[in-house]
Design a protein around this ligand. Structure first.
Ligand SMILES: *Cc1c(COP(=O)(O)O)cnc(C)c1O
Length: 356
């Protein structure tokens, strides 16, 4: 019955706090969760206030046109409302894109966001990966020429590694790909990348020039709304109107809409988080250098540090209530650590100095 799903693994989300509470008996308040690239500062206090004020509306179905949210997003991105689709996380937009096309072949980087593969396998597609773990657009092009995949995923910057290809290289690459292949640019960490280095900034408006390109963005990372599940896709009207055929009605909640909409009003809060992110990331870089550990230069809110026996280290951290992502399942010893609040990072680094 489930022949198509035979080779499919269930997505392994970062360990939830509750699990560590149960398994190790650590108090929830003492747990440091740096495994899912969430915003450690949470959403803007204005967002919390607004959601509280509107909690009484939860018996109502949300506005299925997403009028206010789309209006604000359109303004920020310099596009029209017709160029936007809202998803329950950008994950859902990725799902719409894959299911709409039902590709035979998709092409991704060697190591990248797991959901591309999962959604693709759901429709029985073959997954082609570049030999390099990080994005190498030359390798993408070589495989594209030979295999003609129907979807190419570019994660800019890339999760779980943190590297980021230049925006110019992305657009040069798009020019070389014919219109039969959809290129999905996943910009989940674009706010971080473009803050650190302007040459990484994908101008979403420029996406609209192409028949076959879609950009996805999310409120889960820089905006601190992971638990509210709001993301979006930006593309030409033709692509967006087709993806809408797959969208279930009311796919995000009324409070999620209100939260996302309000989050766009407080750019200062978002900027504060991003600024602190890179300031705090430096502590991890200093640690790695001092220890002689290699790390991947990151354009995101996490950093990958190569640490010998990473599984052992990750487990030791877990027993102390610190949740990070072990990269051993990708075939190399490293930890992916989401950058937390200053006091969290200090504690993680203190522990790491002791055990690594
Ligand atoms: C977090 C993340 C997403 C989407 O997250 P949602 O919460 O579904 O919006 C998409 N792509 C990458 C690479 C991510 O890291």
């Amino acid at each position: 019955m489930f022949e198509k799903l035979k080779n499919l693994k269930t997505y392994e989300a970062g360990k939830p706090i509750e699990l560590v509470v149960r398994e190790y008996g650590i108090k929830p308040g003492e747990i440091i969760k740096l495994a899912s690239n969430e915003n450690p500062y949470g959403p803007s206090p204005k967002v919390i206030e607004k959601v509280k004020k509107n909690a009484h509306l939860m018996h109502r179905y949300p506005d299925d046109s997403f009028y206010e949210l789309k209006e604000k997003l359109a303004k920020i991105h310099g596009v029209d409302k017709k160029n936007i689709i809202i998803g329950a996380g950008s994950d859902q937009v990725i799902e719409f894109a894959v299911h709409a096309i039902s590709p035979k072949k998709v092409l991704t980087a060697g190591i990248t966001f797991a959901m591309y593969e999962i959604y693709s396998k759901q429709v029985g597609a073959e997954i082609l990966k570049t030999p390099s773990a990080k994005h190498s657009l030359n390798e993408f092009y070589e495989i594209y020429k030979k295999e003609k995949p129907e979807i190419i995923f570019l994660c800019v910057p890339n999760n779980p590694l943190g590297e980021c290809i230049d925006a110019k290289d992305v657009f040069d690459f798009i020019e070389k790909i014919d219109e039969e292949t959809l290129i999905l640019i996943d910009g989940a960490y674009q706010e971080f990348a473009s803050y650190k280095d302007k040459s990484k900034e994908i101008k979403t408006k420029d996406i609209l020039k192409y028949k076959n390109v879609i950009y996805t963005g999310t409120f889960s990372k820089a905006y601190g709304l992971g638990g509210m599940r709001v993301g979006y896709g930006i593309s030409n009207e033709y692509i967006i109107s087709n993806l809408h055929k797959l969208r279930p009605p009311f796919n995000i909640t009324i409070l999620s809409q209100i939260a996302a909409s309000e989050a766009l009003e407080d750019s200062e809060w978002v900027d504060m988080g991003i600024e602190n992110n890179f300031k705090e990331m430096q502590k991890y870089i200093d640690f790695a250098k001092k220890k002689g550990f290699e790390y991947i230069e990151s354009y995101t809110n996490f950093i990958v540090i190569y640490i010998p026996e990473s599984t052992k280290i990750a487990n030791k951290l877990l027993k102390k209530g610190i949740i990070v992502r072990d990269m051993a399942s990708y075939g190399f010893d490293a930890l992916r650590i989401t950058i937390g609040k200053p006091e969290e990072n200090d504690k993680v680094l203190k522990t790491l100095r002791e055990i690594s």
